[in-house]
Design a protein around this ligand. Structure first.
Ligand code: IPE
Ligand code: IPE
Ligand code: MG
Ligand code: MG
Ligand code: MG
Length: 297
């Protein structure tokens, strides 16, 4: 596995990401699957992703006083959902992309039928993580509801992005925000909220993490739009310069590059100030959030 993308992440995170990788792979290894499906599922997951969402779950759990072990099953769950969303996002019927995380996309490697089905598989696999014995019954129920809602929002966002159907009463900029908050923001916010639940957050802590996650989630997709515009395929590991050609609704395309960068700065500040009420160690979370605002892939 080539970690083409993790080199510029905060150093404290390298160990966390390594643990996430180990856990993802060992979960996939426990599944009794036909060899072709097993290979495809591993190809979809163990391929050098940045692991932003599971890292957020873990850091948010720690920020409310929990441990990495407490957050790990939820962290893995959200990454499985994310990987499924990428496999389907790349399909010819959606974004039609040939390159993902520096390698041929799943449908290029194993065919479209397998890409559809391997994506389908990752969905139940994700939910099964949430019934881990490390959680109380109440935590299991809360986590399942959070992830189910965020997964639905992601699908709704993908429909808005690809097929339209946005509420008519929204103006252009509100529609743009609605697409991004659904297709990408919801799952990132959920990753943060699940981390807080795993760490046994108080209501006040949960609300702080939720506000942090909401700002951070929108920020993430605006940065993704900017990277599509300015990044090279070689550096980013996926085709760039595609959004405009495909007629996608993006932040730089709608409000311009400078305004988009300003929005990122504003959201980064919002995210950071949401954390100021947490008395435990949110330093790594703050530096991770800064990295998310300035990342180039
Ligand atoms: C890409 O997500 C798709 C979006 C939702 C913007 P990431 O940039 O987190 O992709 P990986 O997981 O690191 O490949
Ligand atoms: C992806 O948005 C959102 C998903 C739910 C996967 P993009 O289509 O912009 O993501 P990339 O640029 O292909 O990674
Ligand atoms: Mg897309
Ligand atoms: Mg895409
Ligand atoms: Mg993109």
């Amino acid at each position: 596995v080539t970690h083409f993308s993790s080199s510029n992440q905060p150093k404290e995170l390298l160990e966390v990401v390594k643990n996430i990788e180990i856990e993802l792979e060992s979960r996939l290894d426990t599944l009794a699957l036909p060899e072709n499906l097993s290979k495809a599922a591993k190809y979809a997951v163990m391929n050098g992703g940045k692991r932003v969402r599971p890292a957020l779950s873990i850091l948010c759990c720690e920020a409310v006083g929990g441990t990495i072990e407490q957050a790990m099953p939820a962290a893995i769950a959200v990454e499985f959902i994310h990987c499924f969303s990428l496999v389907h996002d790349d399909l010819p019927a959606i974004d039609n992309d040939d390159l993902r995380r520096g390698q041929p996309t799943l449908h290029i490697k194993y065919g479209e039928a397998m890409a559809v089905l391997a994506g389908d598989l990752l969905l139940p696999i994700a939910y099964s993580q949430l019934f881990s014995e490390t959680f109380t019954t109440k935590q299991q129920a809360t986590l399942t509801k959070l992830l189910a809602n965020a997964t639905s929002d992601m699908v709704i966002g993908q429909v808005y992005d690809t097929l339209g159907g946005l509420p008519k009463h929204l103006n252009e900029q509100e529609q743009l925000e609605e697409i991004h908050r659904n297709k990408t923001g919801a799952l990132i916010q959920c990753a943060c909220e699940m981390g807080a639940i795993c760490g046994g957050a108080t209501e006040e802590q949960f609300n702080a993490i939720s506000t942090f996650g909401r700002a951070n989630g929108l920020l993430f997709q605006i940065v993704d739009d900017l990277i599509d515009l300015h990044g090279s395929t070689e550096h980013v590991g996926k085709a760039t310069g595609k959004d405009e050609v495909a007629g996608k609704t993006t932040y730089p395309g709608t409000i311009g590059v400078e305004e988009s960068k300003r929005a990122v700065q504003e959201l980064q500040k919002q995210a950071e100030s949401a954390l100021s009420t947490l008395r435990t160690g949110a330093e790594t979370l703050v530096s991770f959030n800064l990295w998310m605002a300035h990342r180039t892939r």
